[in-house]
Design a protein around this ligand. Structure first.
Ligand code: AMP
Length: 286
């Protein structure tokens, strides 16, 4: 059976209701499209868990803090639908802006604390936009399970906190980051890298790995670890490290001393493309 595609809220609700009547559970994979093997892993995981698999594709305007980034974001819906079809997705929900935001959105979800640092600090309003659209998607689709990548670890923490604090009846399923052979985290934004910049983009993962190695070797002072990791990023005009931070993995608050599991996260500008990545490190564990 091929993937059903709907652009309307009523349409996806009908498909979900029919599945419910047939006794099936619902898994939701929220995306912004330009799908790659990272999204593919989320979809596979959703399929393994069974039930109706719904993939939403929506480039959410209210989570972009830069109009240029929003405009440049890749949009390839036909390709995405074929990708979903190959992976056995049941439903693609691909609403337009007017379907999701017929009026200016005035009800906004703010998840304080976990949203404050790193991405939240450098992209004001970003997580408010994310939490708001994710809650809307949960209300529209009503999934039992929703799948999120660890690639966006702070987003995952924000969504988990929102679900917990607002008693949303959905299980959040985290999925590990999918990488290219050389370690570059797959991202829809990688499509925008100039070929000459592709090798440079690895600098972020290398810096994260350096920090992880220092911690595994006994480094406990976050400032020292960060300084040495940042120093691995080549000083080239095309590269600008926006931040590299070591944070508590649940609260997403930077730590001064490393005495438990930490998330090492960073954002790197490669030309005019902003990439993020992170890894989880458990000191003493290899
Ligand atoms: P996006 O389309 O970039 O908003 O991503 C949609 C979902 O896919 C989010 O939960 C992301 O964390 C996840 N995702 C994106 N890239 C990867 C990756 N390389 N590995 C695993 N999950 C990913």
């Amino acid at each position: 059976m091929s993937t059903a595609v709907t652009e309307t809220i009523a349409g996806v609700r009908d498909l979900v209701a029919a599945a419910r009547t047939a006794g099936r559970t619902i898994g939701l994979v929220p995306t912004m499209g330009a799908l790659h093997a990272g999204h593919g892993r989320l979809i596979e995981r959703a399929r393994e868990d069974g039930g109706l698999v719904v993939v939403s594709i929506f480039v959410n305007p209210i989570q972009f803090n830069q109009a240029s980034d929003y405009q440049a974001y890749p949009r390839v819906l036909d390709e995405d639908v074929r990708f979903c079809d190959r992976l056995g997705v049941d439903v693609v929900f691909a609403p337009g802006d007017r379907e999701m935001y017929p009026h200016p959105q005035q009800a906004l979800v703010e998840v304080t604390g976990v949203s404050d640092h790193m991405e939240g600090a450098f992209r004001p309003g970003h997580f408010r936009g994310v939490a708001t659209v994710v809650l809307k998607l949960f209300e529209i689709v009503g999934p039992d399970r929703a799948y999120f990548g660890e690639k966006d670890a702070q987003q995952l923490a924000v969504v988990r906190r929102m679900v917990r604090d607002l008693n949303v009846p959905v299980t959040i399923v985290p999925v590990p980051t999918v990488r290219e052979n050389d370690g570059l985290a797959l991202s829809s934004r990688n499509r925008r890298l100039r070929p000459a910049d592709r090798p440079r983009a690895l600098a972020l993962y290398r810096a994260l790995q350096k920090a992880a190695a220092l911690i595994q070797a006994g480094g406990r002072d976050a400032a020292v670890v960060k300084r040495e990791a940042v120093a691995t990023v080549p000083s080239e005009p095309a590269l600008r490290l926006e931040y590299l931070e070591i944070a508590d993995p649940d609260e997403m608050r930077p730590v001064a001393r490393i005495d438990g599991p930490v998330r090492i996260a960073g954002a790197l500008w490669v030309g005019d493309v902003r990439l993020i990545d992170n890894i989880l490190v458990e000191p003493g564990r290899h």
